[in-house]
Design a protein around this ligand. Structure first.
Ligand code: SAH
Length: 461
């Protein structure tokens, strides 16, 4: 059974009474004013900030039943229980809804915590059971319902009538709005580009005869730790019909996709995946054409050694709507969890991301550029060529004492960091056999780890 009936009350232009003149009273008066009420404040002493508020009528006096004349709603916020009790009794006697702050027994209604995304409004409450829990709930809701959902609600409101006239079948209209509010149109509104959103919506209205929801989200899932997902990634993960993922996406992250979504594993091994990639591209196209909302989950960032460009090229050619969501790339996630700043005024003014694994399987890098001093080099997919990498850098003038690290499965619970020099690390790697995926970081900044690792929860060996 519910302890209270949640309702939203229209108090626009109504006179509401706040008894009390302190901080809490001021806050309550503020909420009432935000909701468009007129406010009468009664107390022997009233805070200056309250007096200065527009729309506040203040009466400097002790509370008297007379003050309830013409009042639609009362909040008692004094620190004197006997006065609060008096307010409560008098209000009850007149059937005026009354709230006494922090005293549920004296209340005929309680004030919920609110998350204001007007015209969208979330009101919630633990019925006084646990304010801390209520605060935690607010945090959860804050992250689930982005700030600019108010824009989205206002946008939907603007076109409501037009859509209703155009799409007369209610079932179809529902799908239309789902497509608009969960798809690319919504993403445009959420990023502030309402003009494009409107153009898309109008276009959708024009071909409402063939309403279909097929689209692809190319989403960067970060390097492993689910906490490193973006809000946008999470939102799209929750609404996809199909999830297409490979071995770089960590299990806990796959688990966070919509429960009833179909999951398709398209794991790739190092080497020999030219054809596979084409198959993946074709799969995405086919699923979207079936009308599915397809989540293509990629490790790290889709546009950094993720072949994201190739995947969306096919989609664009086929006229399938898609969006790309950036993720924290391995270099940045792994470096911070390993205590290695990628740049540092004393050691590195620039940072290069290179891949040690080329299309034809060789490692054909611009060695002279990589060997320059005062920079950090991050090598993706480099473990296989570690010996060549170290030998070539030394041959091109990098001191063999240059610090270098291999980070295995960075940001996950299995993170391990192996450090050495260009001279020693190949031997260490042979002995320790780091587990994929691994990232290689080269440069003076690696040394900083000795100072910084202890402050990180994942610091190891
Ligand atoms: N798009 C991805 C990179 C894909 S290439 C990104 O932006 O991060 C795959 C390579 O990324 C792996 O071979 C490895 O070098 C690196 N990598 C990805 N996740 C990693 C992790 N958690 N720890 C270490 N290296 C990682």
């Amino acid at each position: 059974m519910m302890d209270f009936l949640p309702i939203f009350l229209n108090v626009k232009g109504k006179l509401c009474l706040v008894v009390g003149g302190g901080e809490v009273a001021a806050r309550k008066a503020g909420v009432l004013l935000d909701a468009g009420a007129k406010v009468r404040v009664v107390a022997p002493q009233i805070k200056g900030s309250l007096l200065a508020q527009q729309g506040v009528e203040s009466i400097v006096a002790r509370f008297d039943a007379l003050h309830l004349e013409g009042i639609a709603l009362v909040i008692a916020a004094t620190d004197d229980r006997s006065i609060n009790q008096q307010v409560s009794e008098q209000a009850h006697a007149r059937n005026i809804p009354v709230n006494v702050v922090d005293d549920p027994e004296l209340c005929s209604f309680i004030m919920p915590a609110i998350l204001d995304r007007s015209p969208l409004m979330v009101a919630f409450s633990s019925g006084g059971a646990s304010p801390v829990l209520t605060r935690m709930m607010r945090g959860m809701l804050e992250s689930m319902i982005p700030q600019n959902y108010s824009r989205l609600a206002a946008f939907a409101e603007r076109f409501r009538q037009q859509v209703k006239q155009r799409v007369t079948n209610p079932a179809k209209r529902r799908i239309f709005w789902e497509n608009a509010l969960e798809g690319v149109v919504a993403e445009k509104v959420l990023t502030g580009d309402e003009n494009s959103a409107e153009a898309m919506l109008q276009k959708m209205l024009e071909d409402e005869d063939n309403i279909q929801r097929g689209e692809v989200y190319l989403v960067g899932a970060g390097p492993g730790d689910p906490d490193l997902l973006t809000f946008r990634a999470l939102r799209l993960m929750q609404k996809a019909d199909v999830v297409v993922y490979d071995n770089l996406v960590s299990k806990p992250i796959v688990e966070m996709t919509r429960r009833d979504a179909e999951r398709i594993f398209v794991g790739k091994k190092r080497a020999d995946h030219t054809l596979r990639q084409e198959e993946i591209n074709a799969l995405l196209v086919r699923l979207a054409k079936d009308g599915k909302r397809v989540l293509r989950l990629k490790g790290g960032d889709p546009f950094i050694f993720g072949r994201g460009g190739e995947e969306i090229e096919t989609l664009a050619a086929e006229g399938i709507p898609f969006q790309v969501v950036p993720g924290i790339t391995a270099a940045s996630g792994v470096a911070s969890y390993a205590g290695i700043p990628l740049t540092h005024r004393d050691y590195a003014q620039s940072c290069m991301f290179v891949t040690g694994h080329l299309k034809d399987g060789t490692m054909n890098l611009d060695w002279a550029a990589l060997a320059r001093p005062k920079q950090t080099v991050v090598v993706y997919m480099g473990l296989h060529g570690l010996d060549t990498l170290c030998a070539q850098l030394i041959a091109h003038g990098m001191p063999e004492t240059t610090p270098i690290a291999i980070v295995q499965q960075g940001t996950t619970r299995n993170q391990r960091v192996f450090t050495g020099t260009l001279h020693t690390l190949p031997g260490i790697a042979k002995r320790e056999q780091p587990q994929a995926p691994t990232l290689i970081i080269i440069g003076g900044v690696v040394k900083l780890r000795e100072k910084l690792q202890w402050f990180h929860p994942q610091g190891d060996e």
